[in-house]
Write a protein that binds this ligand. Structure first.
Ligand code: GTP
Ligand code: MG
Length: 290
């Protein structure tokens, strides 16, 4: 797919002309790669104002495109939360149904396990019957303790128990899973707010990080998702999952351009080690590789 993307850029500019036709075709290509219309417009306008050598080649286009996109996204290149040795960190993972929250939690736990931090998991998705089991399975694989509750019990109380256990048992990190919810379900969004507040109430004693997990293949509707979730919880950053598949991942470019929210990491598979810290340059190089 990435190769395809670069080939298409090559085809568009095979006539070696930067004109309205080729720029329109490039804009359409950006749209198919999930870059939103406003951001694609911005990129094309900037490219239009660039000076090209008389006999430019595909590499010159790619390098200018890369520079323009990098200017947009690099300021929002975040990093996975740093852990303070003197104050535990609670990472709350939120997002819509199936976005990759539980899998990303396993990946985060694996990441911090490798750094020898003491980690506990909180299974605050009591909504979906098999959710606790799914996180417990990961807990077993990773050798981690996990706080659970019964089906349909109050997820905020599980979050509370996870926070208490983190504080009282000298864990460095508590990672809390939540049920997937659509942003238009106000009852579930209020529930999320309650979970968030439970963590926030202990802010003097811990570092609170809220990460929203976005399915990287979702496209433009993810912008709305982040906007809505932000009304109920202060989001510290995003992790985009499922960027190992056919998605080019242009969503990242528009999310950043539109919402100015840091992207911390990307998910590139279903295994525990398939999480990478987000690197803007590497991300663009991957899209524009030969
Ligand atoms: N290919 C790929 N699949 C992923 C990735 N992350 C998650 N998945 C898969 O996506 C599906 C949903 O992942 P979950 O982690 O269960 O998503 P969730 O957000 O916890 O789902 P709910 O709790 O039901 O809202 C699973 O089949 C995962 O294996 C990724 O980075 N790449
Ligand atoms: Mg889940």
């Amino acid at each position: 797919m990435f190769r395809d993307f670069t080939n298409k850029i090559g085809n568009i500019f095979s006539s070696k002309r930067i004109d309205e036709n080729s720029l329109t075709e490039l804009e359409e290509l950006l749209l198919t790669a999930d870059v939103g219309i406003e951001t694609a417009d911005k990129i094309i306008n900037k490219l239009r104002n660039e000076k090209f050598s008389a006999n430019f080649d595909i590499n010159e286009i790619k390098s200018k495109l890369s520079k323009i996109i990098l200017e947009i996204i690099e300021p929002y290149q975040g990093y996975l939360p740093n852990i303070d040795n003197n104050k535990p960190t609670i990472i709350l993972c939120i997002g819509v149904n199936g976005s990759g929250k539980t899998t990303t939690i396993a990946k985060l736990a694996h990441h911090y396990n490798n750094m020898n931090y003491r980690i506990i998991l909180g299974a605050a998705d009591t909504f979906r019957a098999a959710a606790t089991e799914q996180l417990s399975e990961w807990g077993k694989v990773l050798g981690l303790e996990i706080i659970t509750g019964v089906h349909n019990s109050d997820p905020a109380s599980i979050a509370y128990r996870c926070v208490e256990s983190t504080l009282n048992n000298d864990f460095d990190i508590g990672i809390i899973d939540t049920a997937g919810r659509l942003q238009n379900r106000s009852d579930l969004m209020e529930q999320l707010k309650k979970i968030y507040k439970v963590v926030e109430s202990k802010n003097n004693y811990l570092n609170q990080k809220t990460i929203m997990i976005i399915d990287g293949t979702t496209g433009q509707s993810s912008i709305k998702q982040v906007e809505e979730f932000s009304k109920y919880a202060k989001i510290d950053g995003l992790i985009l999952s499922k960027l190992d598949g056919s998605a080019v991942g242009g969503t990242i470019i528009s999310i950043i351009d539109y919402l100015k929210v840091p992207v911390l990491g990307i998910g590139i598979g279903e295994n525990k080690s398939d999480l990478e810290e987000f690197n803007a340059k590497k991300f663009i190089d991957r899209i524009l590789k030969n």
